[in-house]
Design a protein around this ligand. Sequence first.
Ligand code: GLY
Length: 452
Amino acid sequence: MNDLQRLRAGIDRIDGELARLFEERMAAAAEIAAWKRENGRPVRDPAREREVLDRAAARIEDPALRPRFAALMEALMAQSREYQSGLLDGAAGISSPACRGGGPASRPVEGCLSHGTPGIGYPIFLERGALSRAASLLDLDRRVFVVTDDGVPARYAETLAAQCRAATVFTIPRGEASKSPKMLTALLEAMLRAGLTRGDCAVAVGGGVVGDLTGLAAALCLRGIDWYNVPTTLLAMVDSSVGGKTAVDLDGVKNAVGAFWQPRAVLIDPELLETLPPRQLSNGLAEAVKMALTHDAGLFARFEDPAGYGPVEDLIAACLRIKTAVVAADERDHGVRQALNFGHTLGHGLEAAAGGRLLHGEAVALGMLPMCASEVRARLLPVLERLGLPTSVNFDLDPEQAIAAICHDKKRLDSRFVTVFVPEIGSWEFREAGLNELRGLLTGCEGVRHDC
Ligand code: GLY
């Protein structure tokens, strides 16, 4: 046996041992999932996952190997979750309104970059200058239908289109009013006119409205074509571009008609934020604060740092670690993904009642304040102020208008609503609330500054 054969025999022996251990681990995971279902506990326990990862990393002595082992454990845990879900259909859903979660999400930043992100099944490219290299990251060697809005600098869609074999750029008016069935129809008609076939694709170059609309048009066009999301706002970069939620509003009801239609890839170029107006930046920061409050106390501490929250790409990566972990656990929003609706029940009501005076993130900021323990609120208030977000309603709020909008909210459960509450920073729990409680909480949004 030569040296190489001897070394390879060593690897083969180790692989054999790993295969045996893998089967043993999966069997143990399946037993735990069965126990959780019997005892009405959610399959996902992010705090425990973090603990497992930290302990695993601490067992590796070579610091150069530690992050590699952490990535391996991540992939192993994602496999285990998928296996459990397959065995226990529905076990990852909400088992009761008292379902809880929290703790930092566990995907390494590297997992979000350039490689297929385990669990969500498509890559997220997060790199400065990525837009000008889009053709090397996305398959643009086909007919490409690029959607943007008139609030986004035209050169972003042009930069993308210039890298495609054949591109059509479709520009919609900025704002929520474009998320309409009428605009969806216009988009679909233009897609057909452009001669798209099933092998072609759409690309959204814009914020949440452009992404939601383009994703839905892609889901419907020829019964579903590929699409890519190229978010240009911070809100879309930290949250809405990932997870495949697509929709239009109907009859005054936000996101009333939609589909889960995952993009083939998400391309995030933080350089595009340089043209984003400050109010829009704050708007996105509200969703980042939401992620931190519900899932990552360390991330929240960054917002409290008087020196600032640090490089924006680190912030985006931290949010995407949370987002991808949550979406991987509950793509269809039956369970833990609803934690990302923190602040949104009251927020949607306030946004509707404000009639355009509040941006989505601003309404969410206000909607989060009454939905957390008073110690949490006391820390949240200065953070929102520092980030340029509102902490009280500064217009005549008609609570009944807000309540009417909330009643259309898809989280409605008979006359009770499932809301998300943050008892301590980095964790969340579902709480049921009736209409009267929500009315009271809306008043809290107006007066919350004085309560603390
Ligand atoms: N933006 C919340 C979600 O994607 O579920």
